[in-house]
Design a protein around this ligand. Structure first.
Ligand SMILES: [Zn+2]
Length: 144
């Protein structure tokens, strides 16, 4: 499985880090930082295993973990929210009462105030790094 190959690579990468850290050990703060990095790494592996478990068992009528259904519900909610965003695009928001008006509307259908501003796409999502990129960054940090 591809995931386990990647995991193996990542772990051997960490092994190299450990021997290097022993050489340029600078104190407890440094060691605590290394512990935190590995704790983050383990957390990400837990998440990855959970994602794979979910993919394998999401179709089951009575899954072993109740969380499977909760994840499915949350994913469906995300889809509905995305539909809501798509619906808002190109429409105008009333600056006075906040009502949603058609894009061509000059005045609010609810309160009659003048509408000019169109809903903006405020995407604040950050791109997530892959596991390899994170490991590479860490190795780079420590060799610099
Ligand atoms: Zn209004």
């Amino acid at each position: 499985m591809d995931f386990f190959n990647k995991l193996g690579d990542a772990i051997s990468g960490i092994g190299k880090d450990v021997s290097q850290n022993v050489a340029d050990l600078t104190g407890i703060a440094r060691l605590n930082m290394d512990i935190r990095k590995r704790e983050d790494f383990v957390k990400k592996q837990y998440t990855e295993i959970g994602r794979q478990y979910y993919d394998l068992h999401k179709g089951e009528e009575e899954p072993f973990f109740e969380e499977i259904n909760l994840i499915t519900e949350a994913l469906q909610e995300i889809e509905q929210l995305k539909v809501q965003i798509a619906d808002l695009k190109g429409k105008k928001k009333c600056p006075v009462c906040g009502a949603v008006n058609e894009g061509e509307a000059m005045y609010c259908i609810k309160c009659g105030a003048r509408c000019e501003s169109v809903f903006e796409d405020e995407d604040v999502q950050e791109t997530e790094k892959t596991q390899e990129e994170i490991i590479l960054d860490e190795v780079k940090e420590e060799t610099e």
